[in-house]
Design a protein around this ligand. Sequence first.
Ligand SMILES: Nc1ncnc2c1ncn2[C@@H]1O[C@H](COP(=O)(O)OP(=O)(O)OP(=O)(O)O)[C@@H](O)[C@H]1O
Length: 206
Amino acid sequence: MNINAQNLGKKFRNEWIFRKLTLEFHAGNSYTFTGANGSGKSTLLQVLSGFMPHTEGNVVFQEGDKILEIDHFYKHISITAPYLELIEDFTLSELLAFHTKFKPLRDSFTINQFIDFIELPQAKNKEVKYFSSGMKQRVKLGLSFLSDCDILMLDEPTSNLDNNAVNWYLKNVQEYSKNRLLFICSNQPSEYEFCDKVFNIHDFKG
Ligand SMILES: Nc1ncnc2c1ncn2[C@@H]1O[C@H](COP(=O)(O)OP(=O)(O)OP(=O)(O)O)[C@@H](O)[C@H]1O
């Protein structure tokens, strides 16, 4: 899967968040967007994913010779972001059973194997609303790493993680982004120092 952004721009009211962004993103590569708080990293990720409409330009998802309709982009993407909530009333097992109905796990991972992978076996039957913020982040990252899709979008991936969990993230993000397209939004070099390309959103202010 490749993504081409052509003259892409997003405006909220009278403010251009980014403009004239023309870039190609290729499967098997990793891309990071950096920039100050409020500069537009999350907005760009949501526009690239098709979840948020752009104001001008174009985003094209290409699989071989096939161009995908924007309404189908979501099937290929898994997003981890602070603004995306987990279903709090489910236990971890229930959440995973629900999630995998829509996005199956890759490599024939079972729900129990997933729970071992995110290192939360003691929380299997605990409701998500009682999870700490770091536990929730592990669940979100695990869903991105292990969902069977081509594109990973990680917005502030190590927020709320302790040192052990950051190391867990660093090991798995490199392992599970192989042959996929990886996007990271971050201001912490340790989160993205392995990335192939790093862009600053301030370079796309028109
Ligand atoms: N729905 C919206 N309506 C109006 N303005 C918005 C909307 N969403 C975001 N913005 C504005 O767009 C700008 C970019 O926000 P965005 O969340 O993309 O920044 P960011 O670089 O991800 O920030 P941070 O590093 O703090 O997460 C901000 O000025 C924000 O207030």
